[in-house]
Design a protein around this ligand. Structure first.
Ligand code: RB5
Length: 146
């Protein structure tokens, strides 16, 4: 699977850690930056990840966004049509974001989550399929919102 990653400066270190995990799970990492802890603006990276995930949607690509809280970069990603970006706090939220919401981007707050908790959440996010069924109708309603 192609996994598109992006962060601002406040999420850079966790992004780098998660890239290693993604590679060790056999997935391809597409890193859209940032590439250091120098101050940047999270909307640029959230939008870039969102656009790339949608460009690769036919291949089932997923995205990973990290900022200080996961919130700003997630808001930015969700501005891109077709993106369902979920800020998660751990493995249960990551699993349900996939199973119920068919989330295609997972967002983390480096300042709020422990690195091992983030590892576990990301692994489960990448492994968990969408449940479909009654959830498909709801996701379709999300897709129709303007
Ligand atoms: C950067 O200081 C911080 O505001 C940003 O990483 C993020 O937490 C915003 O939502």
């Amino acid at each position: 699977m192609k996994v598109v990653v992006g962060s601002d400066h406040a999420g850079f270190l966790l992004k780098e850690r998660l890239k290693t995990l993604i590679g060790s799970l056999g997935h391809e990492v597409i890193d859209l930056g940032t590439h250091s802890t120098e101050s940047t603006d999270y909307p640029d990276y959230g939008a870039a990840v969102g656009r790339k995930v949608m460009e690769l949607a036919g291949e089932g690509a997923k995205g990973v966004c990290v900022c200080g809280t996961g919130i700003g970069i997630g808001i930015a990603a969700n501005k891109i049509s077709g993106v369902r970006a979920a800020v998660v706090s751990g493995a249960s939220a990551a699993r349900l974001a996939r199973a119920h919401n068919d989330a295609n981007i997972i967002c983390f707050g480096e300042r709020l989550i422990g690195p091992v908790v983030a590892d576990d959440a990301l692994k489960i996010f990448l492994e968990t399929p969408f449940d479909g069924g009654r959830h498909a109708r709801r996701v379709e309603k999300l897709n129709e919102l303007k």
